[in-house]
Design a protein around this ligand. Structure first.
Ligand code: HEC
Ligand code: HEC
Length: 305
């Protein structure tokens, strides 16, 4: 993949990508609308007699408290956020044991960026009930939705054959256990465009918010890089920080921040996106291939040891 000229015509691709995302959004909405119809988690039911479900009032209180005290760092939906605040919907500290949770939150982890919260038992139990409820929803949505429509066998054939994915990815390497890393719709989003939680940037610009998807992504992306070549002076290369018609900024290998004003074609700016293949492929996905390959990758789980 070479350098990418700026301002490539994207309109046609965006339209197709929009259709794919609408499908994802629609599927998410259907799931969100019908949580009551989902069967209870059979494993949990067998392990121990289920404790009485928390009342709607307790859940509402926990939600309000969580969003006010914790959401700024952990994401309004608990999925993790800025400054290393982890995803609480997969956290044993948050989910496994109420006593441990209370102790943990009261002490916090000040050296690593979480202050302690002197909250009473009732408040903390309500916050935890809210998190447990969110985690249950996330699990049901992630596990169900996409696996139903795709065929993993055809997905494997596409992955290893016509799709050409193995030119860059390997089931024994970067994709080992990938099905355990993301919920289904996030995985599908990242297949289409490996950015953030796999939500089309246009949706974010429109202000569309999908709980569990558009917020709190604890996902590392390979950054775009840029080379800026002023006519009178040495070129600068580094991680692209921001670009507009008027300026471009980067962080170079020494960690220094560099910013350049732009006047038309001066200086010359070349952006390189490591995920360019995915950008180019946006217009070529068929629904069937996408669903099949998603179902296949979703089945690549980490082996239990
Ligand atoms: C200022 C940011 C911030 C706020 C506010 C915050 N946290 Fe945290 N939280 C963090 C960070 C950072 C960590 C990781 C700390 C570590 O690794 O030791 C963390 C870790 C946790 C963990 C441990 C997760 C695990 O699996 O290791 C729990 C549980 C938790 N927070 C709950 C809460 C709750 C509940 C609230 C609100 C009452 C809250 N946090 C508010 C930043 C924050
Ligand atoms: C020319 C190289 C190339 C090809 C071919 C390619 N990809 Fe990728 N893909 C990438 C790069 C580079 C990234 C990483 C971007 C990042 O880390 O931010 C990526 C990321 C991904 C991710 C997200 C991984 C993660 O850990 O979040 C998925 C899923 C994915 N690709 C699936 C596919 C599938 C399915 C195909 C075939 C239909 C495919 N890719 C073909 C280069 C490629």
């Amino acid at each position: 993949m070479g350098s990418t000229p700026l301002r490539r015509p994207l309109a046609g691709r965006v339209a197709v990508a929009g259709a794919v995302w609408l499908w994802i959004v629609a599927a998410a909405a259907v799931q969100a609308a019908a949580p009551a119809a989902q069967p209870a988690d059979p494993g949990a039911a067998m392990a121990a007699p289920a404790p009485a479900a928390p009342s709607a009032e307790v859940l509402a209180q926990g939600k309000a408290q969580f969003e006010a005290a914790c959401g700024a760092c952990h994401g309004a939906n608990g999925r993790g956020g800025r400054g290393g605040a982890p995803d609480l919907l997969t956290s044993p500290v948050a989910l496994d044991d109420g006593v441990r949770f209370r102790d943990w939150v009261r002490k916090g982890s000040p050296e690593k960026g979480m202050p302690g919260f002197p909250l009473d038992d009732t408040s903390l139990d309500a916050v935890r009930a809210h998190l447990v409820s969110l985690a249950g929803q996330a699990r049901r949505m992630g596990d169900r939705q996409i696996a139903i429509v795709g065929d993993p066998g055809r997905g494997r054939a596409y992955f290893e054959g016509a799709g050409g994915c193995t030119a860059c990815h390997s089931l024994a390497g970067d994709f080992a256990g990938i099905g355990s890393r993301y919920p289904a719709r996030v995985l599908q989003g990242r297949i289409v465009l490996p950015r953030g939680n796999g939500v089309h940037p246009g949706l974010l610009q429109l202000g569309v918010r999908i709980p569990g998807i558009t917020d709190g992504a604890a996902v590392q992306d390979a950054p775009r890089t840029v080379t800026v070549s002023p006519r009178n002076g040495p070129p600068a290369t580094g991680v692209l920080l921001a670009i507009s018609d008027f300026d471009v900024s980067l962080r170079d290998a020494s960690g220094a921040y560099r910013s350049f004003a732009r006047h038309g074609a001066e200086p010359r700016v070349q952006v390189h996106d490591p995920a360019q293949w995915h950008v180019d492929h946006l217009a070529r996905w068929s629904d069937d291939d996408l669903h099949d390959v998603t179902a296949f990758l979703l089945g690549q789980k980490v082996e239990a040891k």
